[in-house]
Design a binder for this molecule. Sequence first.
Ligand SMILES: O=c1ccn([C@@H]2O[C@H](COP(=O)(O)OP(=O)(O)O[C@H]3O[C@H](CO)[C@H](O)[C@H](O)[C@H]3O)[C@@H](O)[C@H]2O)c(=O)[nH]1
Length: 327
Amino acid sequence: MKLLVTGGAGYIGGIVTRMLVDAGHEVVVLDDLSTGHTEALAPEATFVNARVHDAAQVLTPAAGFDGVLHFAAFIAAGESMTRPELYWENNTVGSLALIDAARAAGVRRFVFSSTAAVYGNPTELPIPESAVKAPTNTYGATKLAVDMALTSEAIGHDLGAVSLRYFNVAGAYLRDGVQLGERHDPETHLIPIALQVAAGRREKLQIFGDDYPTADGTCVRDYIHIEDLARAHLLALEAARPGEHRIYNLGNGNGFSNRAVAEVVREVTGRPVPVEIAPRREGDPAELVASSDRARTELGWTPAKPTLHDMVGDAWAFYRSQILEKA
Ligand SMILES: O=c1ccn([C@@H]2O[C@H](COP(=O)(O)OP(=O)(O)O[C@H]3O[C@H](CO)[C@H](O)[C@H](O)[C@H]3O)[C@@H](O)[C@H]2O)c(=O)[nH]1
């Protein structure tokens, strides 16, 4: 297929692009490099430096695109509470412009990066796709709005849409001499920050809140390896059917508290990770654990690296070779 990948210079979009190219697809990457890195771009893909808002410049009827995979977004849940306008403008307004462009260009398949954050504090665990959607942060709300727009688009204009609701993505892609991993600036995600502490680049890990209604009082998340997550995108692309909006949770169904994550980082790195309890971060749900039964049944998706040790091990290998050794 000829595919447009937005956010292909990011952690997840960059890795999915490699896998799409390896599978024989022709890929054009659209990314404004606002948070992405040129090193993450797959050399086989054509790169266009533009915002998703301007996708119509590339996504023309004459260009003959079969599908769009839409990763480009702002993703820091904490920041989305202090700068919500950025998130609505980039994540929602930008996505609506992209959907318009896709419609005008006759694109039949659309795979969207949705999130566990759409559920807010879940009323049932593990969380099925049918659970109540009540986001507690703006990030989740901006993504839920796009999910709803895709449902309308599938019904109204026969789009084949798939939303993949990521739980917490971790690990790195370490294959064929290519090393791609998580690198945000500034870093806000738990595992990369804990690795910076283990590496001595940061004094301590601040854990945001220990008074949540969980076993040890810290928030609980369900981690998924980037390779398993990426593979689900290729399956989703094949599964897209005109007039249907399919939605799949992607996680392993195992909850790890923030304290437990710090412990796994200590075990894997063999280094101390001093922890300090800090105030809660605005907008954080207490516990997010996925039921991914639908993805397993309908997509035939099976995670190959379900353990947090594997994820942290790969993230640590990436961090040491790509960040510490090149610094
Ligand atoms: O220095 C830190 C960083 C994070 N956390 C805590 O660690 C947990 C995980 O936080 P992350 O920022 O790593 O990720 P989120 O759980 O906020 O994940 C959200 O954002 C992700 C993308 O960034 C995914 O989309 C995911 O589905 C969505 O829920 C949260 O309890 C957070 O408060 C800390 O205690 N200290």
